[in-house]
Write a protein that binds this ligand. Structure first.
Ligand code: ADP
Length: 161
């Protein structure tokens, strides 16, 4: 059983994240999307909300072998606890590379048996990230094409209440 962990902040999950999740779900028996609790960023959505949005998006896409869990602490320890041999990260552009390279090598140093696998999304998602989606939404722009339908609804609601 090949288990992969896909860690991130997911504030909120976008179609870019979902593209990576779909690819990972085809490669591995089980994918655990892990939503970071102790992120240095101040999230728009609570951990519980971000988890629910990941679950709803995966359900909408009918991807069966993906679950979502919150985590805090050292990622490699969480992976070991879950018996995952693989960490998934998305690579959009060269600008992602330096940070991801450092993280992957550090995680390998901490846990040599865990391998980081980089997946590239469809090119239409390469300019997409959660913070730009939050920005457009806050400024009342049209962000419908960038997020799963459930995320769109929840975000609209959050911004009007
Ligand atoms: P983090 O705070 O750990 O960067 P994110 O939620 O921003 O968390 O991203 C989680 C992972 O998903 C990272 O590997 C990131 O590069 C990747 N990712 C984010 N947006 C996209 C996208 N549009 N296409 C592909 N991968 C993406």
């Amino acid at each position: 059983m090949k288990i992969a962990i896909y860690p991130g902040t997911f504030d909120p999950i976008t179609n870019g994240h979902l593209d990576i999740i779909e690819r990972a779900a085809q490669l591995f028996d089980k994918v655990i999307v892990t939503v970071a609790v102790n992120s240095s960023k101040t999230p728009m959505f609570t951990t519980e909300e971000r988890l629910q949005l990941v679950r709803a998006a995966v359900k909408e896409k009918k991807i069966g072998n993906v679950s979502a869990e919150a985590f805090s602490g050292l990622l490699v320890e969480f992976a070991q606890k879950k018996k995952a041999a693989v960490l998934i990260r998305g690579l959009r552009a060269v600008s992602d590379f330096e940070y991801e390279f450092q993280m992957a090598l550090m995680n390998r140093k901490l846990a040599p048996k865990i391998t980081t696998v980089f997946l590239m999304p469809h090119e239409k998602y390469t300019y997409l990230n959660s913070s730009i989606v939050r920005e457009i939404a806050r400024l009342n722009g049209n962000f419908r094409d960038f997020v799963p339908p459930s995320v769109y609804k929840t975000m609209k609601k959050k911004l009007t209440t």
